[in-house]
Write a protein that binds this ligand. Structure first.
Ligand code: DQA
Length: 141
């Protein structure tokens, strides 16, 4: 299985950013553990603070990979461009969020991506990513 995690703006600051909401682990540290845990599979990681770069990456992998795990962060709530990219591709997308966006401000309740996602995993901390990987692997059982 070839799966990529695509993280949006400010997620490069995990571990140093609003630790009460997002925890104190950096994503690169967490990703090393994920790679080890799922070492039978190819798991890739991409992060960008730039909307167009996220769209480029979704287009690049979106017709060949088995799965995309997308945390578009703040762009989730604003980006028709990223939502259109998710619609355009054939690779299934699982939308994830670290925090429970539905228990936060109203503007975080709206996702432009959700209608086009295969599924949504929200509010389990970094474990949301692990659950998303498992969702792709278990459909093959
Ligand atoms: C987030 C939730 C978004 O509302 C926020 O803008 C983020 C992170 C999450 O993973 O909880 O940057 O996507």
């Amino acid at each position: 299985m070839k799966i990529i995690i695509v993280n949006g703006p400010n997620l490069n600051l995990l571990g140093n950013r609003e630790n009460n909401i997002y925890g104190d682990q950096s994503f690169t540290e967490f990703f090393k553990r994920l790679e080890m845990k799922f070492s039978d599979h190819e798991i890739f990681y991409f992060q960008s603070n730039i909307e167009g770069e996220i769209i480029d990456k979704i287009q690049e992998v979106g017709f060949s990979y088995n799965g995309i795990i997308l945390n578009a962060a703040a762009y989730t709530h604003t980006s028709v461009g990223i939502a259109d990219a998710v619609r355009a591709i054939t690779t299934p997308v699982v939308e994830v969020h670290i925090s429970n966006t539905f228990s936060r401000e109203d503007f975080r309740h709206k996702s432009y991506i959700s209608p086009h996602a295969k599924g949504i995993i929200v509010g389990f901390g970094l474990q949301s990513y692990e659950l998303a990987i498992q969702s792709f692997l278990e459909e093959k059982l």
